[in-house]
Design a protein around this ligand. Structure first.
Ligand code: FE2
Length: 437
């Protein structure tokens, strides 16, 4: 058989080395140590790491790349960010949102992102963000999976037209039901918003992803309601709690009851390390809380935990490069996930775990999956995070859609090598997991 593409001499995330991957008709057809066949295109991986695409399961594409429009967030605070978004939302056009979103998608592809779940603010009676991102979803579909969340930024109960707008957005084809219970006026309103939104999702057969307890309030209790509503309505496996930062500050006894409840409900947990290390703990003097949810405890209880990016160059966050390995590096540091196994797990958090959050089908390096993968200039998953490794190739459905030149430095030093590849600094004993059978 003549294949469309064969990748040779690749290291895989499961620790296998010297592997070949053959693709035909947009699918991975075979993974083996040696595939002796013809192919239209051959990539010599030179021992570098071949991985499924990076996944960003939490983003705000209707605001991305708007930094400086209509003015800068000078203080760098959440409050000025909220004020700025309030100024930008009424004056931006559908075309401007689309143009920024498409530019961002170019950047995301160049950084090896294969799928993005983006929230879209529906607290705008014209639904400009919805119309723009539905069109962007259609345009990028050949090279990027985009999933849209109807997000009532100003509170589905607090904003008088939000519930109707949310329904209109879902009618137009938005994929997922969002919410922000901690932003409602009272704890009771927050709980009520969770009930209403989960019922809408249940009736329509949709997934749920809520900004939940994104505060330093140790008494915020909305993830508890989200878990109980998930079970009441039979939504197990389809609901995600995003941010969950208040869990950082909660009483330990209460958390010892909460985490098993989250696990029982099959909730996915989705911290956003870059934005939350920046925004949380702002009312503290010293010590300052980190405001990252309890990642290892959730994971060890059997909860699926991914990492999201949340923002790139928008009113709330002025930095960001669409680099999910940057996100993993921050999550690793803030969570003190420094054992070999924990660092290795952080790579799963931006690949497999986040793909599960989005419910992506045909994801992963196995025969029969979509031929979507990236070649990282790194030896193994931990080194990929350490280096925030260069994406040498990005492949979608068996076709190369982006390439980056190898990162190398020419040295001019006495009695030293004349060039340097940062990926050759990996330890000789690489991090491995047992090979999948
Ligand atoms: Fe968010």
């Amino acid at each position: 058989m003549r294949f469309d593409l064969i990748v040779t001499n690749a290291s895989l995330p499961n620790g296998q080395t010297g592997m070949s991957v053959a693709c035909k008709g947009g699918k991975i057809t075979e993974i083996a140590r040696c595939i002796d066949a013809e192919a239209q295109e051959v990539i010599d991986a030179q021992g570098y790491l071949l991985s499924p695409p990076l996944i960003d399961p939490h983003f705000h594409m209707d605001a991305t790349l708007s930094l400086g429009t209509p003015r800068m967030n000078v203080s760098g605070t959440l409050l000025e960010g909220i004020a700025l978004w309030g100024e930008l939302k009424p004056v931006q056009s559908v075309e401007q949102i689309m143009e920024r979103a498409l530019r961002y998608c170019d950047l995301a592809v160049s950084m090896g992102i294969g799928a993005i779940r983006t929230h879209v603010d529906i607290c705008d009676d014209e639904l400009k963000g919805v119309d723009a991102l539905l069109e962007v979803r259609r345009k990028v579909a050949p090279y990027l999976d985009l999933q849209l969340v109807a997000f009532p930024q100003d509170g589905v109960l607090r904003d008088p037209s939000a519930l109707e707008n949310l329904t209109r957005a879902l009618d137009r084809g938005v994929d997922v039901v969002g919410g922000i219970p901690h932003f409602e006026r009272t704890m009771q309103d927050g709980a009520q918003s969770v009930r209403i939104l989960c019922e809408i999702a249940e009736k329509r057969g949709l997934m749920v992803d809520m900004h939940c307890d994104e505060s330093d309030d140790p008494h915020s209790r909305h993830v508890e309601t989200l878990a109980s509503e998930t079970m009441r309505l039979g939504l197990q496996g389809r609901v995600t709690g995003s941010h969950l930062t208040s869990m950082h500050s909660m009483d330990n006894y209460y958390v010892s009851k909460l985490i098993p409840l989250i696990a029982e409900a099959g909730l996915h947990a989705l911290p956003n390390p870059l934005i939350n290390i920046m925004l949380q703990g702002r009312h503290d003097t010293y010590p300052k809380r980190r405001g990252q949810t309890r990642i290892p405890e959730l994971r060890d209880a059997g909860v699926n935990v991914g990492f999201g990016q949340d923002c790139v160059m928008d009113p709330w966050y002025s930095l960001g490069t669409a680099d999910m390995l940057d996100v993993a590096l921050m999550g690793l540091h803030v969570g003190q996930l420094s054992s070999r196994a924990d660092m290795r797990w952080c790579f799963d958090a931006v690949t497999e775990n986040s793909a599960r959050i989005m419910g992506l089908e045909n994801y992963g390096l196995k025969a029969g999956s979509d031929a979507n993968f990236i070649l990282l200039q790194a030896q193994d998953p931990i080194d990929a995070i350490r280096l925030r490794a260069n994406r040498l190739y990005v492949v979608r459905r068996g076709r190369i859609i982006a390439r980056n030149s190898p990162r190398a430095c020419t040295l001019h030093l006495p009695n030293r090598p004349d060039s340097l590849d940062p990926a050759q600094y990996a330890p000789k004993t690489v991090a491995t997991r047992p090979a999948a059978s």
